[in-house]
Design a protein around this ligand. Structure first.
Ligand code: PRX
Length: 654
C-alpha cells in the first residue's frame, strides 16, 4: 500500500501526558509489568482471574481451558452465564437510571435510554421472539439500520440464547440470501427502511427480494417501523415489531448458556468466493470485549463514548453492543452518514454530547482531513480525552492530524489492531502506559502472545515483515467457521506452522522496541474503507454477468479509502471502445453493487481480450497490481503467454 514508505521512515514518538497516565485504569508501569509477568508465567490463571472478576456467572466454572480437541479450544467450559444479563441486569441495582444509549438520528433528533429502559425493551422483545418459537441455538439474521433497535435485537437474541447473525445493511439481496441460507436462519429482523444522508434505504424490500430467491428456513420477518412509508407485506410471514412487543411481560428470564454456546455468527470475507461465518462463543468473547473496552478505552464511570462503526461489523458488535454495555458505559449511537448534511457533522455530535472517547476509522479521518482544519476548529472538542482508530492501517499524516487538530496533542490515540476472528482488540497501546508511534498499533495487550514469524514459524525481525501470528489461544478467539470446521483449521492453524499458531492473514514487522507495524493482508483480501472484501467474491460476482467471460480483481492504493477495487474483465464479445466501453464499465460496476453491495463497487474496470497468464495458466496478479497503479512495467514478463495484452490492460476506460 502507498503508506508503506512513510511508515517505514516513521520515527516520531509521543508519550501520554502525566495527567492522563495518573488517572488511567492502567497507568502504573509496575501494574502493567505485573500483568505481563503473570500472563507469561501462569497464562491460564491470568485469564481465569479476569473471567471471575469481570463476568457475572450463573454457575462458576471449574475448568479454565480445554485443548483436548485443538484447535477447537474451549474456555471456562463448565460455566454458565447469560451475555445480556451481563450487559443489562447486573447494572440495574446501582446504574438503572444511568444513560446507556444516546441516539442521534440522521436528521438530528436525540433520544436516550437508561439501563432500566434498555433492559425493559430487550426483555419485551426477547419475550416476543420466544412467542414466535425462537429459542436456544436458533439462528436469527438481523438486517437493520444503525438504530438502538439493532442493539435491542442483538441483546434480545443473546437473552434467549438465539444465535444472531447481523448482516450489514449495505449488503445486497443476493449477499443477504447467501448469509441467511448458510446460517439456516429461522427469523429475519429488519426495519421498513433506514435513513442515511437524508435518503431512504429500503431494507425490507431487500429482505423480500432475498427471501424470494430462496431461504426456505425462514419462517417469519419482524419489521421495525422506522419510517412512514408504504411497506410491502406478506401476511402470515411478516410481523410488526411494535405489535409483537406491546403486550409482552417486562421481564424475560435469561437463558442460561454454557460458556461455549455460540453467541453469534458474523460473516466476513476470506480468500475464496464464499464468505466465512465466524462463530463466537458466549463467555470467552464477552471477556475479551469487557476487558479491552475497560483498558484500551480507559473507561471511566462518567465517560461518554462514541464508536462510529455499524453493528453490521465486528467493531459494532464488540465496541457498540457488548463491550460498552457490559461495562455499564454511556455511549452515543448515530444513525447516519458522518458527512451529512455537511462535513462538520461528526464534530457537532462530539460537541453536542460532550464525547470523551471517540473511536473511528482511518478512512473517515482521511476524508475529514481533506475538507480543512477550519471545520473541526469551529467546534468545541475539549471534552475529548482519548481517540481510537480501527479497521485498516492509519497513515502517519492522518494520525498526526487526528493527534494535533482534533486531540490538540492532549489525547492519546489507540491504534487498535484486531479482526472479526479475534473478537476483541489484540494489539494497541494502553493509553496510560505505552508511547505512541504514528502508524504503529504498538504492542500486544497483556496475555496476547502475538509475534511475527516466517513461513516455518520461526520468529523474524526486520522491515520486510512476516506473518502476524498469535502463539497461544485466547478466550475471545473464533471457535470455528459455521458449517466448516475444516476450513477453520486449515485457514487459521495451518500445518506448515505446526498447527498451533493462530495465523491472522496479515503481514507485519516489529521494530527495535517490539512495536508492530501492519503491512497488509497476505491473502486475496482487500481492505476498502476498512471493509474486508475478497477479490474472489468480486470476481465471482463479475463472471455471473452473462457478458463476462473472465475477471481478475486487485486492490489499488487509494488516498481516502486505503484501497480501491480495480477489475480486469474479459468479455464474451469483442473488445469495446469509447462510449460502448464506458457504458459497459458502468453497467458492470452497478452489477457488482447489486450482487454484493455498494462497498464492493469497482472504481476502475479495464477490458482486454485476455488476462496476463503464465504458460501454466496462472493469472499474474502482481503484474495486474502494477498495471492498476499505472506503474511503468519493470517486471519480467517473459513467462507471459500473451504479452501483447499488457497494452490493452493499461488502457483506462475514461
Ligand atoms: O488487515 C487487518 C485490518 O483489518 C483486518 C480485519 O478486518 P475485519 O475482520 O473486518 O475487522 C476490522 C475491525 C477490527 C485485519 O486483518 N486491520 C484492522 N485493524 C487494523 C488493521 N490494519 C492495520 N491497523 C489496524 N489498526
Amino acid at each position: 500500500m502507498q503508506h508503506f514508505d512513510s511508515v517505514l521512515k516513521e520515527n516520531r514518538i509521543f508519550k501520554p501526558s502525566d495527567d492522563f497516565r495518573q488517572a488511567a485504569n492502567i497507568g502504573q508501569l509496575e501494574d502493567y509489568q505485573n500483568l505481563w509477568e503473570f500472563a507469561d508465567k501462569d497464562y491460564l490463571q491470568y485469564w481465569a482471574d479476569l473471567a471471575r472478576d469481570l463476568i457475572s456467572w450463573k454457575k462458576p466454572f471449574m475448568t479454565i481451558f480445554d485443548d483436548s480437541n485443538a484447535p477447537f479450544y474451549k474456555w471456562f467450559p463448565d460455566g454458565k452465564l447469560n451475555v445480556s444479563y451481563n450487559c443489562l441486569d447486573r447494572h440495574l441495582p446501582d446504574k438503572g437510571n444511568k444513560t446507556a444509549l444516546i441516539f442521534e438520528s440522521d436528521f438530528g433528533q436525540v433520544s436516550s435510554f437508561s439501563y432500566a429502559q434498555l433492559h425493559n425493551r430487550v426483555c419485551r422483545f426477547g419475550n416476543a421472539l420466544r412467542e414466535l418459537g425462537i429459542g436456544k441455538g436458533d439462528r436469527v439474521v438481523i438486517y437493520m439500520p444503525m438504530l438502538v433497535e439493532a442493539v435491542i435485537a442483538m441483546q434480545a437474541c443473546a437473552r434467549i440464547g438465539a444465535v444472531h447473525s447481523v448482516v450489514f445493511g449495505g449488503f445486497s439481496a443476493g449477499a443477504l440470501r447467501d448469509r441467511i441460507e448458510d446460517a439456516g436462519a429461522k427469523l429475519v429482523i429488519t426495519a421498513n427502511g433506514g435513513l442515511r444522508g437524508g435518503k431512504i434505504i429500503p431494507l425490507k424490500e431487500t429482505v423480500d427480494e432475498a427471501l424470494d430467491m430462496g431461504c426456505p428456513t425462514v419462517e417469519n420477518v419482524v419489521v421495525y417501523y422506522r419510517l412512514n412509508i408504504d411497506t410491502a407485506w406478506r401476511n402470515g410471514r411478516d410481523l410488526w415489531w411494535h405489535e409483537l412487543s406491546k403486550h409482552q411481560p417486562e421481564f424475560c428470564e435469561p437463558e442460561w448458556m454454557n460458556s461455549e454456546d455460540p453467541l453469534f455468527i458474523l460473516y466476513t470475507s476470506g480468500s475464496t468466493g464464499k464468505p466465512k461465518g465466524i462463530v463466537h462463543s458466549s463467555a470467552g468473547y464477552l471477556l475479551g470485549a469487557i476487558n479491552t473496552f475497560r483498558n484500551v478505552f480507559d473507561n471511566k464511570p462518567n465517560d461518554v463514548y462514541w464508536c462510529t462503526a455499524d453493528v453490521g461489523w465486528i467493531t459494532g458488535h464488540s465496541y457498540v453492543c457488548y463491550g460498552p454495555l457490559a461495562n455499564g458505559a454511556t455511549q452515543v449511537i448515530y444513525e447516519g452518514v458522518p458527512s451529512y448534511p455537511d462535513p462538520g457533522r461528526i464534530w457537532r455530535i462530539i460537541q453536542r454530547h460532550k464525547i470523551n472517547v471517540f473511536y473511528t476509522s482511518p478512512t473517515l479521518i482521511r476524508s475529514l482531513t481533506r475538507v480543512g482544519d477550519w471545520i473541526p476548529n469551529k467546534y468545541d472538542l475539549s471534552s475529548l480525552r482519548l481517540l481510537g482508530s480501527v479497521g485498516e492501517p492509519i497513515n502517519p499524516s492522518a494520525w498526526m492530524w487526528l493527534y494535533e487538530v482534533i486531540g490538540k496533542e492532549r489525547c492519546p490515540i489507540v491504534d487498535t489492531w484486531w479482526q472479526t476472528e479475534t473478537g476483541s482488540i489484540m494489539l494497541s497501546p494502553l493509553p496510560g502506559i505505552n508511547s505512541m508511534k504514528p502508524g504503529s498499533c504498538a504492542l500486544p495487550l497483556p496475555g496476547i502472545m502475538a509475534d511475527v514469524v516466517d513461513e516455518t514459524g520461526q520468529r523474524i525481525s526486520g522491515q520486510s515483515g512476516g506473518l502476524l501470528v498469535i502463539k497461544r489461544p485466547f478466550p475471545s478467539m473464533l471457535r470455528t467457521i459455521w458449517n466448516d470446521d475444516k476450513r477453520y483449521q486449515a485457514t487459521y492453524f495451518p500445518a506448515e506452522l505446526g498447527g498451533k499458531y493462530y495465523v491472522a492473514g496479515d503481514s507485519a514487522h516489529r521494530d527495535e522496541d517490539g512495536y508492530f507495524w501492519i503491512l497488509g493482508r497476505t491473502d486475496d483480501v482487500l481492505n476498502v474503507s476498512g471493509h474486508r472484501l475478497g477479490t474472489m467474491e468480486i470476481e465471482s460476482a463479475l463472471v455471473a454477468n452473462p457478458q463476462v467471460a473472465e475477471a481478475a480483481v486487485v486492490g489499488r492504493p487509494d488516498e481516502i479509502k486505503g484501497e480501491a477495487v480495480v477489475a480486469f474483465v474479459v468479455l464474451n464479445t469483442a473488445l469495446p471502445e469509447g462510449q460502448e466501453a464506458r457504458d459497459l464499465a458502468e453497467q458492470l460496476k452497478q452489477w457488482v453493487s447489486k450482487e454484493i453491495g455498494k462497498i464492493a463497487r469497482p472504481e476502475d474496470i479495464r477490458f482486454a481480450e485476455n488476462l496476463p497468464k503464465t504458460r501454466s495458466g496462472k493469472i499474474m496478479r502482481r503484474l495486474l497490481r502494477s498495471i492498476a497503479k499505472n506503474e511503468v512495467i519493470t517486471q519480467d514478463v517473459s513467462t507471459l503467454e500473451n504479452p501483447q495484452i499488457i497494452g490493452q490492460l493499461q488502457r483506462q476506460v475514461l
